[in-house]
Design a protein around this ligand. Structure first.
Ligand code: ADP
Length: 270
């Protein structure tokens, strides 16, 4: 069968000479902190000393929350001859999100699979990133159709790897196991697994309480079992959610919180 010509356009847009490093952020389920991690990673990478050009592509069609987290909600994407222009968050970080194309902030995307898949393709094909040092993909959760199509469309694009975000509960880990196998099938290298919402550091006594005591040893044990790298734990931290939900930069505004310290350590060891 002849290859879909759009795939070649995508490969050109994302070729290593244009976009040097490409990292996917995945999760088995929604609500585990995938978008929080993706936005933190983008902010942290773009804040490095050499000011690398960084892009964040939010293809989480079911719940595109990146624009809110980065305080660029309601911005409009401009079309130019060379494609859609991503929205600037700061001097060297720009973002493109499905949310920019939705008419209202609370419009749920209740489209059928085919339409979602073609929107994702259009995103990959038409966004004009120019030259980037890093491109981070915030992906739809799980092994949904859109998720599968996304990985298929990115085949041959030299993806550096995927970071999988999970919570400690076995129900979340079950989906991560599927996700790991799925990445292996799709030849997407796995950078490692982050365990988010891993304990709660009490603000008054600083003791860490395990809110979701894992019955099976949590993400770390699963990583050993599956032969992937365990990247670390990020505690549940009210300071982080307050900052993130207000669209403030956690990297700057909650520097001394337990969660931001943990996130920083993880990002530096990727
Ligand atoms: P997902 O992208 O997996 O659906 P989000 O990143 O949108 O999940 O996170 C869901 C909610 O949980 C957000 O309100 C976010 O602020 C909050 N959250 C994520 N990680 C943490 C954490 N470590 N501590 C406190 N709140 C968190």
């Amino acid at each position: 069968a002849k290859e879909d010509p759009d795939l070649e356009i995508i490969r050109n847009r994302l070729s290593s000479s244009r976009v040097k490093n490409k990292i996917l952020v995945l999760s088995g389920k929604g609500g585990v902190g995938k978008s929080t991690f993706a936005s933190f990673l983008s902010l942290a990478l773009s804040a490095q000393e050499d000011m690398p050009e960084t892009g964040l592509l939010d293809v989480d069609i079911c719940g595109p929350s990146i624009p809110h987290m980065l305080s660029v909600q309601g911005e409009e994407v401009r079309q130019s001859n060379s494609g859609w222009q991503p929205v600037a968050v700061n001097d060297n970080l720009s973002v493109m999100s499905v949310a920019f194309l939705l008419p209202g902030r609370d419009n749920a995307v209740a489209w059928r699979g085919v339409r979602k898949t073609s929107l994702i393709k259009q995103f990959l094909k038409d966004t004009d990133w120019g030259e980037l040092d890093y491109l981070i993909f915030d992906t739809p959760p799980g092994t949904s159709d859109e998720h599968i199509s996304l990985l298929q469309m990115l085949k041959g694009c030299n993806i550096d790897g995927a970071v999988i975000v999970t919570t400690p509960q076995e129900v979340s880990l079950l989906d991560v196991r599927k996700e790991i196998n799925f990445c292996r099938m799709a030849n997407t290298p796995i950078i490692g697994v982050v365990e988010n919402m891993s304990g709660y550091v009490c603000p008054s006594c600083e003791n860490c309480v395990n809110i979701f005591p894992p019955s099976t040893g949590g993400a770390q044990a699963m990583c050993t079992e599956m032969g992937v790298r365990f990247l670390g734990r990020v505690p549940l931290d009210p300071k982080l959610s307050a900052i993130v939900d207000k669209g403030k930069n956690p990297f700057e505004e909650a520097r001394d919180s337990a969660a931001v310290k943990a996130l920083n350590a993880i990002v530096h060891n990727l």
